[in-house]
Design a protein. Structure first.
Length: 160
C-alpha cells in the first residue's frame, strides 16, 4: 500500500491508526523507488511535562522493503542509538536479533512509527539522565546476547 497509495497511507495514519502524539504526517516524495513521509510527533504526556521536545521524523521506505527513521533537526543533539551520516537513521534494534525483537512489515507501518517515537523519547531521556531506559545491546560486531529474562521471554513468546 505504501507505494500503491502513499497519500492514502498518510491519511490512514493520521485518521485511523491511533498513533499517540502524531501531530502531522505528509508525503514529501513518492516515486517508484522511494516514499518519504515527514512526521511531527508530540512527546508523551509525562515527557511533555518534563519539557521533552516535539520531534520531527522522516520515514523513508525503499521499494525493496528497507525502511529508515531519521530525526530531522538533529544537528547539535547527542544521540546514543543513531547511525552515522549520510542518512543518520535511528538504530531501532540490533539487526541480528531474533525476529520477535525486530520490526517486520507484517507488524504494520503504524507499529514502526510507534517504535521510532518510543526511541526518540528514550534518546531524550538518555540526554537528560545519562541512562538508557531499557535493556541495551553492545555496539559493533560480534555476539549480542539477550541478557534479561524478561526480554528473553518476550522473544520466545512472540514466536508461539
Amino acid at each position: 500500500m505504501v507505494f500503491a497509495d502513499p497519500a492514502g497511507v498518510a491519511r490512514q495514519l493520521w485518521e485511523d491508526a491511533g498513533l499517540y502524539g502524531l501531530a502531522s504526517v505528509e508525503v514529501r516524495l513518492a516515486d517508484k523507488h522511494h516514499v518519504l513521509f515527514l512526521l511531527e510527533l508530540e512527546p508523551w504526556a509525562p515527557m511533555a511535562a518534563e519539557g521533552y521536545p516535539t520531534e520531527q521524523l522522516s520515514v523513508l521506505v525503499w521499494a525493496d522493503g528497507r525502511i529508515a527513521a531519521t530525526p530531522r533537526g538533529a544537528c547539535g543533539r547527542r544521540w546514543l542509538h543513531r547511525y552515522p551520516p549520510p542518512l543518520g537513521q535511528l538504530c531501532l534494534w540490533y539487526p541480528d536479533d531474533p525476529p520477535a525483537l525486530r520490526w517486520l512489515w507484517s507488524d504494520g507501518l503504524a507499529a514502526f512509527i510507534t517504535i521510532a517515537h518510543r526511541h526518540l523519547q528514550a534518546e531524550e531521556y538518555w540526554r537528560q539522565t545519562g541512562i538508557w531506559p531499557a535493556e541495551d545491546v553492545p555496539h559493533g560486531e560480534g555476539p549480542h546476547p539477550i541478557r534479561s529474562p524478561a526480554l528473553r521471554a518476550a522473544a520466545f513468546w512472540r514466536h508461539r
